[in-house]
Design a binder for this molecule. Structure first.
Ligand SMILES: C[S@@+](CC[C@H](N)C(=O)[O-])C[C@H]1O[C@@H](n2cnc3c(N)ncnc32)[C@H](O)[C@@H]1O
Length: 412
């Protein structure tokens, strides 16, 4: 499905030409310009439908939800054009690891960091997927009755008592295990904790990337006159494993095995990645927190509980003031400048905030320039969103159009 290394590394100058003349999906590019905060030479903007959901289905391994994740087509666009097999592709704000996984599926070596340890829980098992048989056999050996009485009574607002006993038993069995099959089961369980269909362990609630508070769930239950139904935890884990592994053919497994050995997936600040060697990275594709728009701590509290992570110990960058955000992003850009090789590229996606009054792309351009990068262009992938896509957190916008911008910088 994914042709690994067909793409020859291209110069970023050639990319300008391609974007200006791009019409793969029918429309021609709208060319404009913008300016970095504080002034400076104008930077070209290219708006078009550069990738689309209809294009080529994303690999099944991507199908875990995460707040404000981007689509695999975004990193793929840059990975295919600007890197070769074996190149390092980095993301300082990994999230569920869309860039890292897509890079690995294309035969590139993924590196990256996220301040929340949850990111490694979600990503690492998908870089080393087990077989269905391994998952099924391990599930059979787990004692789902090990916990006789649930210890987390407040969670009964989400779960039937017997389901909660199974979840807590599973947590005991795989919570901090180093075994790769256990790590896979933990990742799948984290993705089944809450949701709005019988495919999840919980009673009806918000989509899985946004766990509501206990108090809010009480209200949802009252309004819908619902009580949590009994779910079969092992069965749901196996079913989700089947769908995640659907595209995992021999070729995918061989490619992932080759690059996973060299992958560096870290927990820590995007502005500090001492394990990544200077000048070693060919491409960065990333998306930082957009000011204080997304509540990563609140949205991930239940997932963190399952993994034994204390959300109060995770220092998410959550900044209301643009000056503070600029300073934080400049620190990240300086670190990227250290690890990106000469000729390497940073693609930095930012969303619309404050109803469009604050332009994060202008601030990101300034941060990149101050860190020593050259400003190349800003790419806008014009795409209509369905309501479902928005509610699943594919994008931060509440409007029907993607107005996110990708600031592209080059290391000279
Ligand atoms: C927009 S999300 C990234 C989503 C990612 N592109 C994906 O597709 O899943 C931003 C991520 O930045 C992480 N984060 C917040 N502050 C951070 C920091 N100071 N350093 C590293 N990661 C941070 C959050 O935990 C969150 O996962």
């Amino acid at each position: 499905m994914f042709t690994a290394a067909e793409a020859r590394r291209r110069d970023v100058a050639e990319l300008h030409e391609e974007l200006r003349g791009f019409r793969d999906f029918g429309s021609t590019s709208a060319v404009g310009s913008t300016e970095p905060t504080g002034g400076g030479a104008p930077v070209p903007t290219y708006a078009n439908e550069f990738w689309t959901a209809k294009q080529r289905a994303a690999h099944s391994l991507h199908e875990v939800s995460y707040r404000a994740c981007f689509k695999p087509q975004l990193p793929r666009f840059f990975v295919e054009r600007l890197t070769e097999a074996g190149d390092l592709v980095h993301d300082p704000f990994l999230g569920r690891g869309t860039t890292a996984l897509e890079a690995a599926l294309c035969g590139r070596v993924p590196t990256g960091t996220d301040v929340n340890p949850l990111s490694r829980v979600l990503l690492e098992p998908r870089l080393r997927p087990p077989t269905r048989e391994q998952v099924a056999s391990r599930l059979e050996r787990i004692d789902f009755g090990a916990v006789e009485r649930p210890g987390s009574d407040e969670l009964l607002v989400f779960y039937h008592p017997d389901t909660l006993r199974e979840i807590e038993s599973l947590r005991l069995a795989v919570g901090d295990s180093d075994d790769p099959v256990d790590a896979w089961i933990r990742m799948v369980a984290v993705n089944r904790l809450t949701g709005h269909s019988p495919g999840f362990f919980s009673v009806y609630t918000l989509p899985p990337n946004q766990a509501v508070s206990v108090a809010a769930q009480h209200k949802i239950n009252e309004r819908r006159e619902q009580t949590p139904p009994r779910r079969d935890v092992a069965k749901l884990i196996l079913r989700k494993s089947d769908s995640l592994l659907a595209h995992c053919d021999v070729e995918t497994r061989a490619r992932l095995a080759t690059v996973a050995k060299r992958a560096r997936i870290l927990t820590g600040e995007g502005a500090s990645s001492p394990d990544i060697a200077p000048g070693s990275v060919s491409l960065v594709v990333t998306s930082p927190p957009f000011l204080d728009v997304v509540q990563y701590k609140a949205d991930n509290w239940l997932r963190c509980w399952f993994c034994g992570i204390d959300p109060d110990q995770v220092s998410i960058t959550h900044l209301a003031k643009i000056e503070a955000w600029q300073a934080a992003m400049t620190d990240v850009m300086r670190e990227l400048h250290r690890i990106v090789r000469p000729g390497g590229v940073v693609a930095f996606e930012v969303g619309e905030v404050r109803g469009g009054k604050v332009k994060l792309e202008e601030v990101a351009l300034r941060a990149g320039l101050d860190a020593g990068f050259a400003a190349e262009f800003v790419l806008i992938n014009v795409q209509q969103f369905t309501k479902t896509a928005n509610c699943w957190g594919v994008d931060n916008n509440t409007k029907g159009t993607n107005s996110n911008r990708i600031v592209v910088l080059a290391r000279r």
